[in-house]
Design a protein around this ligand. Structure first.
Ligand SMILES: Cc1cc2nc3c(=O)[nH]c(=O)nc-3n(C[C@H](O)[C@H](O)[C@H](O)COP(=O)(O)OP(=O)(O)OC[C@H]3O[C@@H](n4cnc5c(N)ncnc54)[C@H](O)[C@@H]3O)c2cc1C
Length: 459
């Protein structure tokens, strides 16, 4: 069991007199719950969990960790499948009590603290008829998702989450609190927009919002034998899709637990109902779906329709890569691999990058993936620990089978624990060298290394 040394215990007593949040050690009430994250496969035991209530708590917990020589991890929403939010034997700086959100409806901006999830964020902005690009699942944290780029339903219209970021309140490695924006620490602000958690702890984020009341969205699912036609249709459909239309294709299992395999298209149209009707017509007239539920709904609702497929505590192992080609060979390989999926919770997902996301320059932010194209995500999800070996093996084999179609790029926030340096480089692409310079300036000792890590540039 990870325990603190006597000197650290004394030091902890000192910070406990001012700390507003909770300081949890192994054996304390709430410790077991607090160390658990979305992915039930992650089983790490921090020596201390510092559940912060504000920026001062973050700075204090960080100072404690550094003075004690302990590894630091940072937990936002705790959704990272690779388990980067938790440390074994170090200090987990946990922002999950920091859930404040303030919307300025006149300026159309929102400032939200680092422990907020997209469900909470969308709910508050929707009160004012406003929204911005966030994740497709409502339980994901805004912090990790945004720092890693942030693809979501509105990305075709408004770009990635980082493209809507105005400023970040950040606690740097030396405990300083800075507001990074275009005007203030512009090098740092550039790096925060896609550089992951490498540069400090984001206490809060300020986003640009856009008027949005309702979207037209939902799901159309077809029996598995139609999968080939469905994925081919998806390919034609997205390549002429307007910015307002976000589409994800997925080979999935029926949510009723029957294990029935389906080929599904999930859509979200952020334009007017008239435009949505015209743009969605080809989809609504295509094939013989087993289920077709597409209609107007508040934006926060589309953000929840896939949630049940990703329950907290289920075991997860994911692999992902951008695709060089989504030709018939790739489609057939996906279908063949999905047919032998060992878990009724796993899926093979294809996202399409287009519109506003792809009109930002490769080096305008730290996110280099700005070409229109397909991103493959194999989500191995299961429950019984006895099935772990089979499911990891299936995910890896599926990823290997699809390598002939893979492009060089990888989406940072989908990287797994065992993805090595090549994958890290592929995630940052041509921006790596500049990121390493910013890392040297703001975190030369690599205090923040439980992330898709950027080594500080050498002097
Ligand atoms: C079910 C599911 C759905 C997903 N859907 C999407 C999607 O639609 N679009 C998308 O782009 N991604 C998606 N992702 C991936 C997601 O973006 C990443 O898992 C992301 O890391 C989650 O952020 P978090 O704050 O919840 O994670 P955490 O696990 O808390 O943190 C992830 C990383 O970010 C760092 N970090 C977290 N908070 C802070 C902070 N405040 N300051 C500095 N560093 C911090 C952590 O140290 C860690 O390295 C999804 C993941 C899951 C499991």
């Amino acid at each position: 069991m990870a325990l603190l040394e006597t000197t650290e215990t004394e030091r902890l007593k000192t910070i406990a007199t001012t700390f507003s949040g909770l300081l949890l050690r192994p054996g304390d009430d709430g410790y077991e719950d607090a160390r658990r994250i979305h992915n039930g496969l992650i089983d790490k035991r921090p020596a201390l969990i510092a559940r912060c209530r504000g920026t001062a708590d973050i700075a204090e917990a960080l100072r404690f960790a550094r003075e004690s020589g302990l590894e630091v991890s940072v937990r936002g929403g705790g959704h990272n499948v690779a388990g980067r939010a938790v440390t074994d034997g170090g200090v987990m700086i946990d922002l999950s009590l920091m859930r404040g959100i303030y919307v300025d409806p006149v300026a159309r901006t929102a400032r939200a603290q680092g422990g907020v999830t997209w469900r909470e964020f969308n709910r508050e902005t929707a009160v004012h008829g406003l929204a911005t690009t966030g994740g497709q699942i409502s339980t994901t944290g805004i912090a990790g998702l945004t720092l890693g780029g942030g693809i979501g339903w509105l990305a075709g219209t408004y770009g990635l989450a980082v493209d809507n970021l105005i400023s970040v309140e950040l606690v740097t490695a030396d405990g300083e609190v800075v507001i990074a924006s275009e005007a203030n620490h512009p090098d740092l602000f550039w790096a925060l927009r896609g550089g992951g958690g490498n540069f400090g702890i984001a206490a809060s984020f300020e986003y640009r919002l856009h008027p949005l009341h309702e979207v037209t969205g939902g799901l159309v699912a077809y029996p598995f034998p139609a999968a080939r036609d469905v994925l081919r249709f998806f390919r034609t459909f997205v390549e002429s899709a307007p910015d307002d239309l976000g589409v994800v294709a997925a080979l999935v299992h029926a949510p009723d637990g029957s294990g029935a395999k389906l080929a599904a298209l999930v859509v979200c149209h952020a334009g007017s109902p008239d435009h949505a009707k015209t743009d969605l017509k080809p989809l609504l007239e295509f094939g013989s779906p087993a289920l077709s539920e597409v209609g107007p709904m508040p934006y926060p609702v589309i953000n929840t329709i896939l949630d049940s497929g990703y329950p907290k505590g289920a075991l997860n192992y994911w692999k992902s890569t951008f695709l060089r080609s989504f030709d018939d060979g790739a489609i057939d390989a996906m279908i063949d691999r999905f047919a032998v999926s060992p878990s009724p919770m796993s899926a093979i997902v294809v996202e399409y990058f287009h519109g506003a996301t792809t009109r930002v320059g490769v080096s305008d932010t730290a996110v280099p993936h700005r070409l229109p194209g397909y991103n493959l995500l194999i989500t191995g999800v299961w429950t019984g620990p006895g099935a772990t070996e089979d499911n990891i093996a299936w995910t890896r084999a599926t990823f290997a089978t699809l390598q002939p179609y893979a492009a060089a790029g990888r989406w940072l926030n989908y990287l797994e624990r065992d993805d090595g340096q090549d994958a890290v480089r592929a995630a940052y692409g041509p921006n790596y060298a500049r990121l390493a310079e910013v890392k040297r300036k703001y975190d030369p000792d690599n205090v923040f290394r439980l992330n898709v890590n950027i080594e500080p540039a050498h002097t």
